[in-house]
Design a binder for this molecule. Structure first.
Ligand code: SAM
Ligand code: SF4
Ligand code: SF4
Length: 367
């Protein structure tokens, strides 16, 4: 991407970080304490979801009595767009809408159209994408594409209907998600990516069936290691299936060859089927932490900035945004200062952590 600098930080360097950088001016895009730039902004447009995946919003915790945010606490589309513009000024080149389930937010194509109109300082459009559980996609794929959405990622954890219904825990049929994926492909939101969170003993027996189904379809299937996000998903290391094991399993049936990363800070390790049937991705945030190149920030539904998926405190932006005394440069300075103080590297430290800190829930800041 134009103007983008590749950043490779050896993990050893992560232990020798500058501790308290100070911001005197924002002359250029800010770098954090490990010299990582800010490139990718994930925006959670709702904390609500119509699924109750056990690894994200388990029913026992997110049951009928759970209090979601009142509407007044949500950022409006205008507020999100204003903040996104400020983030672009700080170096962001990729926007991902997420949630909760983003397609539950009313009139989402309007927000997509506003974000699609943003330009980088060089006048280029941003990379604009969205992650969804696919349940409402069959109807919305075309309006989203018409509004300017470029690509889409759909989460799907199994092809077997019974396994999928059990995992979403609301008895939602797999056929409707497959119809959503087909609609996204027809609307030109490609290459469509499909994310499968693999949990040992829960859906790992579905891995080969998923690969067989999407091979040759133009869809890029990506396997995600089960992560300890939030504080309620009962995560245990034994439930994680390391990507290396998955690569070996798939190789046994279909030879693969490794591909280069297509962008700096990319989360997925890319592989191609040797017979030309397409591409696979492996997101190994547990077994091979990629904090060294992490250039992602997350904006929660109520306008807090999180600089790590496993953060426990976000920087409040909503009140600053709503205070007419604050200009865009004031907001940029607040965000830039926060980014410069960032030293997050949770996945590198995960296994040596002795004390469990409270973590933000994923549906609140998006994946
Ligand atoms: N509801 C949408 C969806 O499911 O695609 C968007 C939000 S969801 C939080 C974003 C992504 O995070 C999904 O691909 C989901 O599978 C992934 N995710 C959620 N909890 C996870 C966990 N504990 N470990 C790994 N990935 C997780
Ligand atoms: Fe909802 Fe997505 Fe979380 Fe599943 S992973 S509960 S679909 S937000
Ligand atoms: Fe980035 Fe935090 Fe994930 Fe590391 S653990 S890759 S810093 S979001």
């Amino acid at each position: 991407m134009a103007g983008m600098q590749e950043v490779h930080i050896p993990l050893s360097a992560l232990t020798a970080a500058r501790r308290s950088p100070t911001l005197t001016s924002l002359a250029g895009p800010p770098l954090d304490a490990f010299q990582r730039p800010l490139r990718d902004l994930r925006i959670s447009v709702t904390d609500r979801c119509n699924f109750r995946c056990g690894y994200c919003m388990p029913k026992e915790h997110f049951g009928p009595g759970y209090r979601f945010l009142p509407h007044a606490d949500l950022l409006s589309f205008e507020e999100i767009t204003r903040l996104a513009r400020v983030f672009v000024g700080l170096g962001v080149r990729k926007l991902r809408l997420t949630g909760g389930e983003p397609l539950l937010r009313r009139d989402l194509p309007k927000l997509v159209a506003q974000l699609a109109a943003l330009r980088t300082p060089e006048g280029a459009p941003l990379d604009l994408t969205l992650t969804t559980n696919g349940s409402l996609l069959a109807k919305q794929a075309q309006p989203l594409a018409d509004a300017g959405l470029q690509r889409i990622t759909v989460s799907l954890d199994a092809l077997d209907d019974a396994v999928f219904r059990r995992m979403n825990d609301v008895d939602f049929p797999v056929a409707d998600v497959l119809a959503g994926i087909a609609a996204a492909q027809a609307a030109g939101l490609g290459p469509v990516k499909v994310n499968m969170v693999v949990q040992r003993g829960v859906n790992d027996h579905e891995v080969e069936a998923m690969a067989a189904h999407f091979r040759g379809s133009g869809v890029v299937l990506r396997f995600i290691e089960f992560m300890d996000v939030g504080s309620h998903n009962g995560w245990k290391l034994d439930h994680v299936l390391p990507s290396r094991e998955l690569v070996e399993r798939i190789q046994r049936r279909w030879p693969l060859r490794a591909l280069e990363a297509s962008a700096p800070g990319e989360t997925a390790e890319r592989w191609a089927y040797a017979d030309g049937a397409g591409e696979l991705g492996f997101i190994s945030s547990v077994s091979q932490a990629f904090c060294g190149t992490c250039n992602r920030a997350r904006l929660s539904t109520d306008g807090r900035l999180y600089t790590c998926l496993f953060g426990h405190q976000g920087l409040p932006l909503r009140e600053h945004l709503r205070d007419p005394a604050n200009s865009d440069s004031d907001l940029a300075a607040r965000i830039g200062r926060h980014w410069m103080q960032r030293s997050d590297r949770y996945s590198v430290l995960r296994l040596s952590q002795t004390e469990a800190l409270p973590k933000v829930e994923m549906h609140f800041i998006g994946g």
